[in-house]
Design a binder for this molecule. Structure first.
Ligand code: UDP
Length: 242
């Protein structure tokens, strides 16, 4: 049974990183197809305006907080989230755990060349990891049909979709049944990090819950998006006082 807590209406699974990794593996073994979302505060705010996105988050099989802001906000909910479970870390753990086994991956998303570079880096990092296919995340309708057919043919166990949020969540929701993948995960810009094109914040920033600050100073073009962070905090505090 899922143990959930809600942050501004979005359900989050109350799990540690370790439990999330185990649960993802359980989903792989379970009957049918499943998907995991990893919203940060920006996406929680987006879901308040976008009913479709909210519906998708509510229907996801696991939702984990990819942002320290969500963990902070959960202290005003029924149950507190134990820690941040970043989508990047979750997929790294899964690749590490499943390398050498039967399960296979497909990387879909990122600029041309990025998923392929990520594939090379990850197979080096995790010997025995099976990545059966990759495709970049820029396509028209005709190309999209071909990508879906390619995924279906290669039949990966896990499909990582990095088209940016909320595009990837909507894509997964609409197309998962056509791909046949057992587990889909929206991974944002993870392929850029795997490929080595974008650096994760140093550990000390992550430990202090300041990865967002590191991203702001290293990718200043994100400042407009980050204006949503104080808005998120204010909305959480306003709701608490009611
Ligand atoms: N992207 C893509 N197709 C698109 C739009 C974006 O593949 O049509 C990719 C982009 O190249 C990048 C990722 O999606 O790798 C978005 O990265 P970001 O760090 O902005 O992710 P978010 O924070 O939105 O999850």
């Amino acid at each position: 049974m899922r143990r959930l807590t809600h942050v501004l209406g979005v359900p989050f699974d109350v799990v540690t990183m370790q439990e999330a990794t185990e649960k993802a593996q359980d989903l792989l073994q379970a009957e049918g197809q499943h998907f995991i979302c990893t919203p940060n505060p920006e996406i929680v705010m987006e879901a308040r305006k976008d009913a479709k996105l909210m519906e998708i988050l509510q229907k996801a099989d696991m939702v984990v907080p990819d942002g320290i802001g969500v963990v902070w906000a959960s202290k005003y909910s029924d149950v507190r989230l134990p820690e941040r479970v970043a989508g990047y870390d979750l997929t790294q753990k899964l690749m590490q755990t499943l390398a050498g086994g039967e399960e296979t991956f497909y990387f879909f998303g990122g600029a041309p060349g990025v998923a392929a570079a990520a594939e090379r880096k990850m197979t080096k990092q995790y010997p025995g990891l099976k990545i059966v296919g990759v495709h970049n995340g820029y396509f028209d309708e005709k190309e999209e049909k071909k990508i879906i057919a390619d995924i279906k043919k290669l039949s990966p166990s896990i499909l990582l979709v990095g088209l940016g949020a909320p595009k990837q969540e909507k894509w997964i929701y609409e197309n998962m049944h056509l791909t046949g993948a057992k587990l889909c995960i929206g991974v944002g810009g993870s392929f850029d990090v795997m490929a080595g094109n974008v650096k994760r914040a140093p550990k000390v920033f992550r430990k202090l819950g300041l990865e967002w600050f590191y991203r702001l100073i290293t990718q200043p073009s994100r400042w407009r998006r980050m204006l949503r962070l104080p808005k998120f905090a204010l909305t959480v505090l306003r709701k608490r006082n009611r």
